[in-house]
Design a protein around this ligand. Structure first.
Ligand SMILES: NC(=O)c1ccc[n+]([C@@H]2O[C@H](COP(=O)([O-])OP(=O)(O)OC[C@H]3O[C@@H](n4cnc5c(N)ncnc54)[C@H](O)[C@@H]3O)[C@@H](O)[C@H]2O)c1
Length: 239
């Protein structure tokens, strides 16, 4: 088991990629605390809004009270709004930035004091944070920022031997994306963006999270790892 006895905090643990990561961490022997707006199936399920500083501070305190420390932080709570800049309302902008970025900041801020040498942080970015995409201005901005934040945090905490990496998934089947894939023709267009010929499953991303959280990745920090069926390798069209 790759994470035997490790104490893991997973945000966005009630659904999709976060739920798969929480399950994979537990299957590898970790004790897992989930933080989500909704109850999650984790050993310790904490209901909190990741944008609420007191709620995040309290949730991390509950983990430390139960298990004494944090070895792994995996940040997945995220939302998306599909609009270009002109059509975005400023409250949409503020909310996506709050969940996708302030939430990552707050979870990191309150977990880090309880993390020691050998600990690992795995943020959830996206391929759109590496390449850009149409119609997702604020979502893409938050994911690009997570890639930058990951590098900065990797440098800031390398001295304490805490590794910080992020994953950039391609389009993955979860409740967040199910509407995008409801129409078979549209699903085929999304699939065609991934040279390996299929959409991602949450478990594809979870396996990468286990790797980055484990000692197998002991000399890896500051990377943005695409887990994307080849999406970022280049144009998939036969030209
Ligand atoms: N699905 C994809 O194609 C895809 C691709 C790349 C990156 N991602 C990223 O992966 C992460 C997980 O996405 P998913 O597809 O599993 O989505 P999802 O909607 O299935 O799960 C997101 C979870 O976050 C929780 N959440 C939302 N706002 C919250 C808040 N304010 N406080 C606490 N919890 C909150 C939700 O309750 C939900 O359980 C997100 O950061 C997303 O941007 C997803």
């Amino acid at each position: 088991m790759k994470l035997e006895g490790r104490i893991a905090v997973v945000t966005g643990s009630a659904s999709g990629i976060g739920a798969a990561i929480a399950e994979a961490f537990a299957a590898e022997g970790a004790r897992v605390a989930g933080i989500d707006l909704r109850p999650s199936g984790c050993e310790l399920s904490l209901e909190a809004d990741v944008t609420d500083e007191e709620a995040v501070r309290g949730a991390v305190a509950a983990v430390v009270e139960r298990w004494g420390r944090v070895d792994i932080l995996s940040t997945n709570a995220g939302i998306a709004v599909r609009k270009p800049v002109e059509e975005l309302e400023s409250h949409d902008w503020d909310r996506v930035i709050a969940v996708n970025l302030r939430g990552v900041f707050l979870a990191s801020k309150y977990a880090l004091p309880h993390m020691g040498s050998g600990a690992a942080i795995v943020h959830m970015a996206s391929v759109v944070g590496l390449t850009g995409t149409r119609n997702r201005a604020v979502y893409t901005a938050t994911k690009g920022a997570i890639v930058a934040l990951t590098r900065n945090m990797a440098l800031d905490y390398a001295g304490r031997r805490i590794r910080v990496n992020c994953i950039c998934p391609g389009f993955t089947r979860t409740p967040l994306t199910e509407k995008l894939f409801a129409d078979p023709e549209r699903e085929a267009r999304f699939t065609a963006l991934h040279p390996l010929g299929r959409l991602g499953e949450p478990e594809d991303v979870a396996r990468a999270a286990v790797f980055l959280a484990s000692e197998d990745a002991g000399w890896i920090t500051g990377v943005a790892l695409p887990v994307d069926g080849g999406f970022t390798a280049g144009q998939a069209a036969d030209i």
